[in-house]
Structure formats: C-alpha cells, structure tokens
Design a protein around this ligand. Structure first.
Ligand code: F6P
Length: 499
C-alpha cells in the first residue's frame, strides 16, 4: 500500500512528461504512422484504440512499471479470490463471482459463494420465465405487462442502462424506472399503467434508503387503492440483503431476491439487482450479458499489463489526470441506446474514486478520480462539444461506437458513425485559421471503443471493462474504491432535519 507519488517511477514519469509535453498528437502520428495499430487492443468483440493519446513507447513502459509497482496484478488476484479488499467495511468484492462461468469455489469467510449464486440465478430464471409467460399473474389473474423498478444509485443506474441499451432484444414486459424522491418521477413511471398488470420490483441493497422506501410506499398505496391489500403479494417483489426490513414492508420472503454484502451497489447489476433486466430480455439474454462480462474478466486476468484493455485505459486516465492536469473524462457513446452510459459511469467512477485518503488513511498529494460527464452522440455535439473543441482545458474523451447496424437503418448508421469519426479527428488535429475565433486548437486526446454489435454479450464486456478500469485506477491511486462514506453525512443531516 503505497502512494503512487512515492514510487521512483513517478519521478521518471514527471521527467518524461517534461520532455514530451509540447509534442502534439498530430506529430506523434507523423513520426509513427503505425501507432493506430500498435496502441490498440481487440478483445471480447470490442476494439480499444489508445493511439490518440500523448503516449510513446517510453510513456507506456513507465506507466506499466507504475502499475507493477502498485501491484495491480496482486490486488487483482485478491479481488477475484474473495479477499476482503474493501478493508474499511471489512468486505470482499465479488461482482466477478456473479458472472463466473464455472463452479470453481470462491470462498468468503471459509464459505463457497457459488452455490448461493446458482440458487439465486435459478430463482431469477424461474420467476422471470413465469412473469414473461404469464403463469405469474397480477391479483386479478391478468398477465403482467409493465414492471416498475424502484431504486436509486446502483439499484437504478445499472438496470436502467442495460434495459435501455438492450431495447432491441427486449420482448418481455415494459420496464419503467422511478429513482427520485421527487413525486414527479414515480408519477411519470405510473402514468398510463394499469395496477392489475403492473409489477413493482423494489431494489435496495440496504432497504433503508429513504428515497426508495418512500417511493415504494407510494407505489404500494397506488396499488392497494385499486386492488386492495391482498394484491401486494402478486405485485411486489424485493431485491435486498435486508430480510427483516423487506418483511416489515409487507413483502414475503418468497418474493425476495437476495443479495450479499460482497456486491457493491454500483457493481450490482449482475446480481438480483438485474431482475428488471432479466424480465425485459429474458434469462438467456441476461446469461449472455454475464458471459460477455466473464470474457472481459478473463482478458483482464490474463493479458499482460501493456496489452490489457482495462489496465491501459486506467493508465491513460491517470496519465492525463495527474500529469496533464485534465479535470474531466467525457463519455461519448455514439448510440442512442447507450444514452444512460455517462450517468452509470458517473456513479461507478466518481463514487469509487472520488476519495482523498489512501488505503492507510493518509491524505493524498495528487489528483484522484476525474469529473465524469457525457451525452450520446451526436446530440452532445450540439451542446457541450464546443467546450471540448475550444475551451482552454484539456479533457480526455471516451468515444464508444457500434459497428453493426442492427436497426437496419443504413443511412442513419453511416451518418452517426461518420460524425463520431469527425469529432475524434477534429479533437486530434484541430483547425488553423487567420480568424482566432475560428481556430480549433486540436491536440485533444481520446480513447475510441468500437463494439462489434450492441447485444447482451458485448454490453456485458463493455461494462466489465469500465468496472476493471475504475478498480485499477483506484489501485494506482492507492484508494479503497469500494466504500462511499462521503455520502453518509448528507443522509444523516437530512434525517435529523426531517426529525
Ligand atoms: O447513497 C449512495 C448509495 O449507498 C449507493 O452506493 C447505492 O448504490 C445507493 O445509495 C442505493 O443504496 P441501496 O441499494 O441500499 O438502496
């Protein structure tokens, strides 16, 4: 457990930065036209292109040396085998076990977690099949046509991202989301729904989150007003670790899908938290998503550091954050279906690495996680891209595109892809002009991801890639990426103010 700044290679990186800081991306391509092939990784049907970053072979060697010095490989193993690397909460971090493709034991406190995971998956599979086929009905015997996922943070953003992203594959009930305690959110979700055909999935790891409990209570009242108290059993299920609180709310434990403390909220969509996803796309689609994520896990565990997509992305992010002083990461998916990705990554990254003390509790003397923001292309081009192109700050941009036109809309697909490539090129090369107002400085870095297609497996791999990237950055910065004590104070004050 060492601050990165205490590693000798940090000084070497500083010296190296001083040497190359005036080198422009265009020059890097001019002296090394093959860099687009060399600074790239293909895995799991995704291609990652890091060539439009201020990286030379020397940079890469120094950054990977930093990753070795921070023992990224050692910590990676600790996470996968179930060591309690979330030391401030005394918890293992095992979202990867949820997508394990074998039953090789993974022990937490001497107990194999796989049997419980398989039992949960069997329960999710049976339940989602029953709802989708119509053998699970509402209280009046009608088939469920609409599902409302009530949750917030990790109990909302992951399922919301995936349900939207897989809308082409969705053939089950329509899934709606209510997260905000502002009544407008639940009212909006319920508008036009029939209580007799609506199923509520109340998702809260702790089952103490005030916003979720209030929304669930309001939803219950809406249902009971129409169908009576007895209807709750057919129309409410819960996802939680907190059996007692679920029972106290009036949901029977038969209708509860468990979760464990070794699944962090922002890493939980692979668990019972993903129930709404499985309801929307079916168990097979959900399982394909798990296997896509498992393929990325395998890549992350096996690929050498300098050819490892999540590790490289983490190192590039650190390079910009700590040496080029970039304050932000722009997430720019060129896919309407990936519109929720920036919001999902905001929580994943900012809640994980928005920290100021090391694992040992010492204050950091270096920048940690960036501000994450974004919007899908090409919509964002017509709002904040101006700032990316002509603002004085340099930010790193992640572009995510989809190769296959699975919407069978060739012209729209071509225009969208061309816009993405045009933005990447404009940021890299800029534009000269005699009129200062028309100059695009260029020399702005980006990482480009192309997904072969947008389906459950590729999406699973993409999300797992980002999870591991954020984890590696936390290791590089010597943070515990798995607690979130910063959010507690506001919750406590609000409770006190509410009396
Ligand atoms: O307030 C932050 C947080 O604890 C997140 O980490 C979590 O995803 C969210 O609240 C929701 O928590 P729960 O699932 O326990 O309702």
């Amino acid at each position: 457990m060492t601050k990165p700044t205490a590693q000798p290679v940090w000084g070497e990186l500083q010296a190296h930065f001083a040497k190359i800081k005036d080198m422009r991306l265009a020059e890097l391509f001019a002296v090394d036209p093959a860099r687009a092939q060399r600074y790239a990784v293909q895995t799991c049907g995704l291609s990652f292109d890091f060539s439009r970053t201020h990286m030379t072979d020397e940079t890469l060697a120094l950054l990977t040396a930093l990753a070795s010095a921070q023992d990224v490989e050692g910590w990676r193993s600790k996470m996968f085998v179930g060591e309690k690397i979330n030391h401030t909460e005394g918890r293992a971090v095992l979202h990867t076990a949820l997508r394990a493709q074998t039953d090789a034991p993974i022990l937490v406190d001497g107990q194999d977690v796989l049997p419980a995971i398989r039992a949960l998956q069997a329960k999710m599979k049976a339940f989602t099949a029953a709802v989708r086929e119509g053998s699970w009905t509402g209280a009046t015997g009608k088939k469920i046509t609409d599902v409302v996922n009530i949750g917030i943070g990790g109990s909302d953003l992951g399922p919301r991202l995936v349900v939207k992203a897989l809308s082409q594959q969705a053939d089950g009930p329509r899934v709606h989301f209510a997260a905000n305690v502002d009544a407008a959110d639940l009212h909006g979700a319920l508008r036009g729904l029939d209580p007799a055909t609506t199923l509520f999935v109340v998702v809260s790891k702790t089952f103490t989150t005030q916003e979720t409990l209030l929304n669930a209570t309001q939803a219950r009242a809406w249902l009971v007003a129409a169908l009576g108290e007895a209807a709750v059993a057919n129309h409410f299920v819960a996802v939680s670790t907190n059996k007692q609180a679920v029972e106290a709310f009036g949901i029977k434990t038969d209708n509860m899908f468990p979760l464990w403390d070794w699944v962090g909220g922002r890493y939980s969509l692979w668990s019972s938290v993903g129930l709404s996803i499985a309801l929307a796309v079916g168990w097979d689609g959900f399982a394909q998503m798990l296997s896509g994520a498992a393929a990325m896990d395998a890549h992350f565990c096996a690929a050498p550091l300098d050819q490892n997509a999540p590790v490289l992305a983490a190192l590039v992010g650190l390079w910009y954050r700590n040496f080029w002083n970039t304050p932000a990461l722009a997430v720019l998916p060129y896919s309407e279906r990936l519109r929720e990705l920036p919001r999902f990554l905001q929580q994943l990254d900012m809640e994980s690495n928005g920290k100021s003390v090391t694992k040992a509790g010492e204050p950091v003397d270096y920048a940690t996680g960036p501000i994450v923001f974004g919007e899908c292309g090409s919509v964002g081009q017509h709002s904040f891209h101006q700032w990316l192109h002509q603002g004085p700050s340099m930010v790193l941009a992640d572009f995510i595109g989809v190769k296959a036109d699975d919407l069978n809309a060739p012209e729209a697909h071509r225009v969208l892809s061309v816009h993405m490539n045009a933005q990447i090129e404009a940021l890299k090369s800029g534009r000269q002009s005699d009129d200062p107002a028309r100059v695009n400085a260029g020399n702005k870095p980006s990482m480009v991801v192309w997904m072969d297609r947008l389906d459950p497996a590729h999406l699973g791999a993409l999300i797992a890639f980002y999870e591991h990237k954020v984890f590696v950055q936390g290791l590089l910065w010597d943070l515990n990426s798995f607690d979130q004590f910063g959010v507690e104070l506001g919750k406590k004050l609000a409770q006190e103010m509410l009396g």
